[in-house]
Design a binder for this molecule. Structure first.
Ligand SMILES: NC(=O)C1=CN([C@@H]2O[C@H](COP(=O)(O)OP(=O)(O)OC[C@H]3O[C@@H](n4cnc5c(N)ncnc54)[C@H](OP(=O)(O)O)[C@@H]3O)[C@@H](O)[C@H]2O)C=CC1
Ligand SMILES: Nc1nc(=O)c2c([nH]1)NC[C@@H]1CN(c3ccc(C(=O)N[C@@H](CCC(=O)O)C(=O)O)cc3)C=[N+]21
Length: 306
């Protein structure tokens, strides 16, 4: 079966387009009302997966009518200098959203940076004060990749209640938030990581398998239950047989697609939806800022008019 007509591929493009079309309408209205959205991306050092992400953020933000700027910092910058830069962006009323690209160099504690972003401008929900929302089933601004992965699983039409889900990878930005989002939907969730005794034994039980590790072809056909849905989140750059650089996921798609009922392609699966949800989150953050502005200054306008 050819890749293009195989219905087992869960494609992210159409879902992303739907989300971006709606964001575009919201952004146009907000801009006309005097609140133009503007997202700032902070990159420290150089990582392939970040480059791909930022390139697509820039392109899709332009499409959606959201202002976008990348601030790149060298890998040897200090945590203090970065915090100062973030405080500057917090104080700038033209900036409505801030995303800190991960990973950052090891000498910089990521949690300190995440905590430096004003919670109202935190478009990934990663501030320590925001991340807890998903524990309380408040899901309107969740980490983008986690939300994107769950969105793609829903495209299968599977009933998430009681579904046996296994997640491989437990990072703060992907694996852990996916677990919370799926628990909110009633799924039964197992989370594997590098200390798990047998990832294969767990993975083989899964009706839905999420993989976010960063290792090409980690998941092979014999680790997948026949009929399962496989959501491949990995973004790895490697040199293909033609000598050109290409992007591959964490799943050996060639073999796994013979066993699974659904599989997400890489590229073209979770990635495009992640970008779309980042833009949607940017609008959610903006509307929270507007609500705060109204609550603080709305009465002043009213008084002045009286
Ligand atoms: N498509 C998208 O939108 C996105 C894609 N990504 C991609 O997803 C991948 C993961 O990203 P991220 O979560 O940030 O990465 P991290 O490196 O932060 O986390 C990787 C996770 O994999 C676990 N792990 C490592 N080796 C194994 C193994 N052999 N078996 C089981 N678990 C293992 C680690 O466990 P431990 O901590 O215990 O070592 C860790 O929890 C990357 O390829 C990244 O580029 C990331 C974000 C968005
Ligand atoms: N704070 C933070 N949040 C993240 O969510 C985050 C991060 N840091 N660091 C890097 C990883 C990686 N990541 C990607 C998202 C979309 C694509 C994407 O658009 N992928 C297209 C690629 C298409 C192309 O090749 O241009 C696709 O898969 O089809 C790629 C990678 C988010 N990450």
């Amino acid at each position: 079966m050819s890749l293009s007509d195989d219905s087992r591929y869960l494609r992210g493009g159409p879902v992303a387009q739907r989300i971006i079309a709606s964001v575009r309408e919201d952004a146009a209205i907000a801009t006309a009302e005097g609140f133009p959205p503007k997202l700032i991306s902070i990159t420290v050092g150089d990582t392939d997966a970040v480059d791909v992400y930022v390139r697509n953020q820039r392109a899709k933000a332009a499409l959606a009518g959201i202002g976008f700027e990348e601030r790149r910092f060298p890998a040897d910058i200090t945590a203090g200098e970065l915090e100062a830069a973030i405080h500057g962006l917090n104080a700038d009323p033209r900036v409505t959203g801030i995303i800190i690209q991960r990973p950052v160099p090891v000498h910089i504690p990521i949690k300190t940076l995440q905590a430096a972003v004003h919670p109202l401008k935190d478009v990934e929900g990663m501030h320590p004060a925001s991340i807890g929302n998903i524990v309380y089933n408040q899901l309107d601004l969740a980490p983008c990749t986690a939300a994107a992965s769950v969105e793609l699983l829903k495209e299968t039409g599977l009933d998430l209640k009681g579904l046996e889900v296994v997640i491989v990878g437990h990072s703060e930005i992907v694996g852990k938030p996916i677990a919370f989002l799926l628990m909110s939907e009633g799924a039964t969730v197992t989370v594997c990581h590098h200390m798990t005794r047998s990832v294969a034994a767990h993975a083989r039980r899964a009706d839905a398998l999420f993989v976010a590790v960063g290792k090409p072809r980690l998941i092979k056909a014999d680790m997948v239950k026949p009929g399962a849905a496989v959501i491949d989140i990995g973004i790895n750059a490697e040199i293909g047989p033609d000598g050109e650089s290409r992007i591959v996921g964490d799943v050996d798609a060639e073999s796994v697609k013979e066993v699974a009922s659904w599989i997400t392609p890489v590229p073209g699966g979770v990635g495009p939806i992640t970008v779309a949800i980042l833009l949607r989150n940017t609008m959610v953050a903006l509307s929270r800022q507007r609500a705060r502005y109204q609550a603080t200054y709305g009465g002043v306008d009213k008084l002045a008019a009286e």
